[in-house]
Design a protein around this ligand. Structure first.
Ligand code: RFL
Ligand code: PHB
Length: 390
């Protein structure tokens, strides 16, 4: 078969790119190695920048997001047993963030895609990308035991950190930068009201904690845990006890506990691959870069990558210009590195590291104190959290 673009991966990057291309009349086939239910079962991001919300609006996919998403004008930082509010709205010149789960965006995008008759291959085995350094790239996979092949003009590698796209690039053509953090996040989803109406990011001597939510009746909470912790070690009671110990007294008092609906441990990593284009293969989203979740940037970066990639591909087809294609990698990477810096900084400030020690704790406390009492410092936090301009 032949299509204009093959998108590898049906996560948010791949589905969003497919929707943006379809809106402009460019046909794309998505090839995903997992089932749709598996993709929807992954509980991940929760916070959307305004730019991501605008992109979904532009696609006509904002209805449920606006009806069910929670607009947040601030976040709280908790340390030394007290909470301090950062007024994102005021400090960023009027911007907010929206709390709406990645699962919901994925569901909205999947539904719109199937309604408009665009094809997604789920459960594709042995996906491989070929000849992207030539004018005749192709993607192969095995579907129900049958070998399949799609010839195309371009391949979009939206297949996440462990995907096949980045792994298919010649080692000499790619440079990677990485930091692996010596801890993970244990996340619990529960049908309980959130601790507060805004997110609470906590620095505590026992480790980081985050109180987030999916709705006013569904909480998503995290505690920093050891990398080698297993889920079996963390009963629901153990999780709630640990979270409570890290919260300020007032938050601990108002914590409502309940059985977990989902529980998982995620390692934390900073990673960037350069460049993000190899001939007719483009990397987008987690396939090209990973941020630790502290800054809530991963999904938002995936959205800004595919915004630039879709514009570049549409320009190629409609205007017969490759200027956008040629600039893609450089334009993305500038924003990526700024988000990497922010996520690394916030992770370093809020977590307990093996070598933090007493001096390190004092430094974190002094920086947090400065952050919440200096308009300049809290403005820098706010403008990064709500999202830097593209
Ligand atoms: P995904 O979501 O990993 O999707 C990639 C898809 O590709 C498929 N795939 C393949 N398909 C075909 N062939 C292959 N060989 C393939 N290999 C893989 C996979 O099955 C999958 O369906 O990457 P994408 O689309 O780039 O999206 C990135 C986001 O998922 C990620 O950045 C965010 O979830 C990160 N993140 C957050 N981002 C935010 O913007 N705000 C947040 O609040 C936020 N919180 C989080 C997060 C990530 C977390 N975890 C679990 C790492 C919280 C957590 C705990
Ligand atoms: C979430 O709700 O899952 C979430 C929110 C903020 C973060 C990370 C994750 O920084």
């Amino acid at each position: 078969m032949r299509v204009q673009v093959v998108i590898v991966g049906a996560g948010p990057a791949g589905l969003l790119l497919g929707a943006l291309l379809h809106q402009a009349g460019v046909e794309a086939l998505i090839v995903e190695q997992r089932s749709a239910d598996y993709v929807l079962g992954r509980i991940r991001a929760g916070v959307l920048e305004q730019g991501t919300v605008d992109l979904l609006d532009q696609l006509g996919l904002g209805a449920r997001l606006h009806a069910e998403g929670l607009v947040h004008a601030g976040i709280e930082l908790s340390f030394g047993g007290r909470r301090h509010r950062i007024d994102l709205h005021k400090l960023s010149g009027g911007k907010n963030v929206t709390v709406y789960g990645q699962t919901e965006i994925t569901r909205d995008l999947m539904l719109a895609r199937s309604r408009s008759g665009q094809r997604t291959v789920y459960d594709a085995d042995q996906v491989s990308v070929h000849d992207f350094e030539t004018n005749k790239p192709s993607v192969r996979w095995v579907e129900g035991g049958q070998a399949q092949r799609a010839e195309c003009d371009f391949i979009a590698g939206c297949d996440g950190y462990h995907g096949v796209s980045r792994a298919s690039v010649a080692p000499g053509a790619i440079q990677t930068f990485e930091r692996v953090y010596p801890f993970g996040w244990l996340g619990v989803l529960s049908e309980t009201p959130p601790v507060s109406h805004e997110l609470i990011y906590t620095n505590h001597e026992r480790g980081f904690a985050l109180c987030s939510m999916r709705s006013m009746t569904r909480s998503r909470n995290y505690v920093q845990c050891a990398l080698d912790d297993s889920l079996a070690q963390w009963s629901d009671d153990a999780f709630w006890d640990e979270l409570r110990r890290r919260l300020d007294p007032q938050a601990a008092e108002s914590l409502v506990t309940g059985p977990s609906i989902e529980k998982s441990i995620a390692p934390l990593r900073s990673f960037v691959a350069e460049p993000m284009r190899f001939g007719r293969l483009f990397l987008a989203g987690d396939a090209a870069h990973i941020v630790p979740p502290t800054g809530a940037k991963g999904l938002n970066l995936a959205a800004s990558d595919v915004r630039l990639l879709s514009a570049a591909l549409i320009e190629h087809y409609q205007d017969k210009s490759d200027a956008g294609i040629d600039a893609y990698s450089q334009r993305c990477l500038r924003r990526v590195w700024r988000a990497e810096r922010f996520s690394w900084w916030l992770t370093s400030l809020l977590h307990k590291f093996p070598d933090t020690g007493a001096f390190g704790q004092k430094m974190q406390a002094a920086e947090l104190d400065y952050l919440v009492h200096s308009v300049a410092a809290s403005t820098a936090l706010a403008e990064n959290y709500v999202g830097l301009p593209l």
